[in-house]
Write a protein that binds this ligand. Structure first.
Ligand SMILES: Nc1ncnc2c1ncn2[C@@H]1O[C@H](COP(=O)(O)OP(=O)(O)OP(=O)(O)O)[C@@H](O)[C@H]1O
Ligand SMILES: [Mg+2]
Length: 277
């Protein structure tokens, strides 16, 4: 993926001061600050001048019809679109005040700090233990006791430990779909990230597994900032502190969940919410 040169490096203007540091974040509670983000697949201008921010230790859900750009937007936060040929991004994604598209950013370290969970549970064809330990090993951690402790802790956080404690060496693929998704959550938090991105994490799960994961999300905000793409408005209303509505690549509305779901400002948001209830 190419970056527009004007948005990386220490060019003046915008929120940058004379030392080249970005001082546009004034609120210490903001962890991710997206500024004038545009995203193109070749000539297709998908995301159009998106501006929004995410606060620390909150749950934000992103809603919108299929194809409006929710997943693409989510992937701009951990630079997962970097691998997409012909894609181009302009604007900024500041994490703790630093533009993650700056050339000096270490993408491996960025991803350590941002866990991601996908729609389809996608454990590696490895043992349950190795799935959770994977990220730790990638990041060069060799201390076995530390790894065992961390794997157990993450499985406990993900509410899976009791179900797998006697079969750490069994293949992750032998687990049920709901268990696999909790394993993927354990894997995503193993490197102790501060942000968790979830792209419709319950889309393919049964109601019991869905409920377990929604409860987990609620308990996780003590530790993480959670940004979730959801198709389920009722679920989104139940777990969100903030919510945003995308339509054709534009962010139509973004704000506190209470108002967003009960008194949306934009008619298009209201239409979307009410037609789905
Ligand atoms: N790699 C790609 N190359 C070209 N176009 C793409 C690519 N990935 C996605 N798109 C297009 O970008 C648009 C937005 O896709 P995206 O997956 O971000 O939407 P979404 O809101 O997540 O949809 P859904 O709710 O169905 O998951 C779609 O029109 C899609 O076809
Ligand atoms: Mg999607």
């Amino acid at each position: 993926m190419s970056n527009d040169g004007s948005v990386t490096g220490n060019n003046s203007g915008g929120g940058e001061n004379i030392t080249g540091e970005d001082n546009s974040i004034k609120d210490n509670n903001i962890i991710v600050d997206v500024k004038d983000l545009n995203f193109y697949y070749g000539n297709y201008h998908l995301l159009k001048s998106v501006n929004l921010y995410f606060k620390k230790n909150s749950v934000c859900t992103l809603l919108g019809p299929s194809g409006c750009g929710k997943s693409t937007f989510l992937r701009t936060i951990n630079r997962m679109n970097d691998y997409t040929e012909g894609a181009k991004l302009t604007g900024k994604v500041l994490i703790n005040g630093r533009n993650i598209y700056d050339k000096s950013v270490d993408v491996v370290e960025l991803r350590r700090n941002i866990g991601m969970v996908f729609q389809n549970p996608n454990p590696f064809p490895k043992s349950i233990f190795d799935n959770v330990a994977f990220g730790l090993k990638i990041h060069g951690i060799k201390n076995k006791d530390f790894i065992v402790e961390r794997v157990e802790k993450c499985l406990k956080y993900a509410g899976l430990y009791d179900e797998v404690k006697d079969k750490f060496n069994k293949s992750a693929l032998s687990l049920s779909g709901g268990q696999q998704q909790r394993l993927c959550i354990a894997r995503a938090i193993a490197t102790n990230p501060s942000i968790l991105l979830m792209d419709e994490p319950t889309a393919y799960l049964d109601p019991v597994s869905t409920s377990i994961i929604l409860n987990l999300i609620n308990s996780f905000k003590k530790y993480y900032t959670i940004i979730i793409v959801s198709h389920n408005i009722q679920q989104a209303g139940r777990i969100s502190d903030y919510s945003g509505f995308f339509l054709d690549g534009e962010l139509i509305e973004f704000g506190e969940a209470g108002n967003f779901f009960t008194r949306p400002k934009d008619k298009r948001t209201e239409n979307f919410i009410t037609s789905r209830y």
